[in-house]
Ligand binder design. Structure first.
Ligand SMILES: [Zn+2]
Length: 481
């Protein structure tokens, strides 16, 4: 929907969804509280957005004060459209005169068009509003709503209006809706224009200016406080934690004195900051050990983070394939079975989670089995490279995968339930290597694929450049402290 967001950003969001649960839980709790605060002050922000975007994309509309002047001062000042060239133009060539007349005719035509189109009225959509009430408030009847909602390609978009978005109505003196702008964000809007038979529409997507920015911080108590002090948004902090989350446990491993440095993008529109873009390069020093990551987009358009020597920052497997609320049973070869009360080894981890929480494939692979098995209930077996098989049991319902089907890391394969031998909704997760059960919480996970050989030369150039920038900024910072 939001075309201004580069492909890479979506991928990172997908990546974020795959992070180990503990990190995400922390991150989402903080994000939720921030959003709660933000919800209290939307209107000023929305107003600012609106005025900025109308300046940008409305080439026709004269400034409001101007149109007032034209009508009230018409008697006392020379009419700009009808006054003829003066005597001082006597020496002007016929060609110049023609050009001047043409320019005046054009200006007059533009002015007349303005008058025909009418004035703009902007409405910020509130919760509970619908298209009919909004149009009604502008004196437009159900017939107009029907007409505009039937606009080819974009009419349907009006069925998805959300609070905070803006509708800009242009109604002429006859009470006809001549133009409508559906402003979804500072960068994205849909522009409807009246034609002889209904409306036609086009999508307008502005590209923000991207500026690389440097930030750094030292942790006293938590990454979130330190990054806030460094001026980073919560989203950027989540991204930073996401990049290093495969190596650093941001709940257990963080110590006072840990440091981070990063270069990230800031997005501007007409000099005003809209938000942040991607992290381009970052380093994180945790308990004396430094991890460095560089963002790289390969020739196929796939974006990921790599170490300076081209290894993936990710692992080939998610540590936990579900957003769980607690671990209800650990890997324990000597456990008493909760139902049978006999000594039954538990060669898996049970992650308790609400009913129907999505279960994700821990790594890329192929479906070996997806269906019902006694004891396991609804269960999925996935075969991965290097003789690794992962098993996801007790699903309430399955995602409908077929045997042999390819799955990608993070893809939803089932939903938490308590089918089979289970005392409450949970995911029973097994990790088998060469047929032997390993503890999913501690087994050493293989790295994800490194940079492709064909990309190495390009990657090196990019990586050296970004790391040199990071180090240079860091030196400047140290020199000024
Ligand atoms: Zn279990």
């Amino acid at each position: 929907m939001n075309k201004a967001i580069p492909k890479g950003a979506t991928r990172i969001n997908q990546r974020l969804k795959q992070f180990p649960k503990r990190h995400l839980l922390l991150v989402s709790t903080i994000a939720a509280s921030i959003m709660g605060v933000m919800a209290l002050l939307p209107s000023a922000e929305v107003e600012a957005k609106r005025s900025e975007i109308s300046m940008t994309i409305d080439a026709f509309q004269p400034p409001e004060s101007d149109s007032g002047l034209i009508s009230s001062n018409r008697d006392t000042q020379p009419d700009p459209f009808t006054s003829t060239p003066g005597a001082d133009k006597a020496e002007a060539t016929v060609e110049e005169l023609k050009q001047e007349l043409e320019a005046k005719a054009l200006a007059k035509a533009a002015y007349d068009l303005e008058q025909q189109l009418g004035n703009w009225h902007n409405v910020t959509i509130k919760s509970g509003d619908n298209l009919s009430t909004l149009f009604d408030s502008q004196g437009l009847n159900a017939n107009v709503v029907y007409q505009i909602a039937s606009t080819p390609k974009y009419g349907k978009s009006l069925g998805r209006i959300r609070p905070g978005e803006i509708l800009e109505f242009r109604v002429n003196q006859e009470g006809n809706l001549t133009q409508l702008r559906y402003v979804q964000s500072r960068l994205d809007s849909i522009f409807f224009n009246k034609t002889d038979d209904g409306y036609q529409a086009e999508e307008i997507n502005l590209a923000p200016e991207i500026r690389p920015t440097y930030a750094s911080g030292t942790i006293d108590s938590s990454l979130f406080l330190a990054s806030q002090k460094a001026g980073l948004s919560q989203n950027l902090t989540m991204e930073l934690a996401g990049i290093f989350g495969w190596d650093i446990d941001f709940v257990q491993d963080i110590r006072g004195g840990d440091t981070f440095h990063l270069i990230y993008e800031e997005k501007f529109l007409e000099g005003e900051k809209l938000g942040d873009g991607d992290i381009l390069a970052a380093s994180f020093t945790n308990q004396g050990q430094t991890f460095t990551a560089v963002r790289y987009t390969d020739s196929k358009g796939d974006t990921d983070y790599y170490t300076p020597d081209g290894k993936s920052m990710k692992k080939a497997f998610l540590r936990t394939p579900v957003d769980f609320t607690r671990i209800s049973s650990r890997f324990d070869p000597n456990r008493l079975h909760p139902i049978f009360k006999t000594k039954r080894p538990h060669r898996a981890v049970d992650y308790a989670a609400p009913m129907n929480t999505p279960i994700k494939a821990a790594g890329d692979g192929r479906v070996q089995f997806s269906g019902w098995q006694n004891g396991y209930g609804n269960v999925v077996f996935i075969e991965h490279p290097n003789n690794i098989v992962t098993i996801y049991a007790h699903g309430n319902k399955l995602a409908g995968l077929k045997k042999g089907q390819r799955v990608r890391q993070g893809q939803i394969i089932s939903y938490v339930g308590q089918t089979g031998w289970a005392t409450g909704p949970h995911l029973h997760y097994e990790f088998r290597v060469n047929g032997v059960h390993r503890n999913p919480m501690t087994v050493k996970l293989p790295d994800a694929k490194p940079i492709a050989k064909s990309e190495i030369a390009n990657f090196r150039k990019r990586s050296e450049l970004m790391i040199a920038r990071l180090e240079k900024q860091n030196e400047i910072l140290l020199a000024t402290q």
